[in-house]
Design a binder for this molecule. Sequence first.
Ligand code: SF4
Ligand code: MG
Length: 333
Amino acid sequence: MSTILEATDLTKHFRSGGGLFHKPTIVRAVDGVSFAVRTGETLAIVGESGCGKSTVGRLALRLLEATSGSVKFEGKDLASMDEDALRGLRREMQMVFQDPFSSLNPRMTLGDIVGEPLWLHGMGSARERRERTRELLSIVGLRPEHAQRYPHEFSGGQRQRIGIARALASNPRLVIGDEPVSALDVSIQAQVINLLEDLKDRFSLTLVIIAHDLAVIRHMSDRVIVMYLGKIVETAPTAALYAEPLHPYTRALLAAIPLPAPGLRAERKLLEGDIPSPANPPSGCRFHTRCPFAQARCREEEPALRDAGGREVACHFYETLPRADAERAVAIP
Ligand code: SF4
Ligand code: MG
């Protein structure tokens, strides 16, 4: 399978605060992240808020400049592209944002919102753009005559459909969804996920779905990247990850998925400890302050992401930990 997007050693440090009497803090939002997205797959990037996953999504589309590292789209380095080349590439890579309430301009009609990328990229005549816009609205399950209406007239789920129609307008090959359903009611989430899956097949898209837990992406992703405090801690094919999570953090995330059996509800509370600040990440393994298996070495030495047979894991001790089926008994302090 070919690679559509490749990120190498991506780093994004933000400055925060600072003034006359104190230095600004450096927040290491993303700290040396490398991964490849294969053409046609659905790749999930998962982690708690503050782990850097949304930043990775923005860096991947160069909506944000990296502090260091590179992103290549089909072998072309985004950092070396001028504005023209980048604009051409933007047709190929689109983003669906988390919040369908704030990401749509309330003063624009649906027709203008969905049709704007066509206009920006100079695609078609005015008449063709109007027709295409109406077609896009019906592709995402809205009515063509909705083109005259405004976002506030629609529900959250419908607004996310508008966002998806806009993302599809330029015929992209890669779509990154930054928590595309987490602002929606649970009953609506499945509909939007089904829509994304249908569109993926229909338009041969490659999808990257960013999520804060492992529940939403279970049935739609082919592979999962798990991030913790700016680093990748585990990558694996989805089935393998669910069958046997290797990293203690992944195990805790999986154990935190709501279970249908009411008797097991108490076990959802496994990841309650606060995530440390990325401005001051723990030494060694960044997960050591919450890891039930941490040992002295974990505080001193950072574990590298290493091959674990078709998957990767960053833990000094993953081979010798108690098996993951004992995970229901694992409690994170
Ligand atoms: Fe836990 Fe140590 Fe593995 Fe980190 S390296 S996940 S602290 S056992
Ligand atoms: Mg986010």
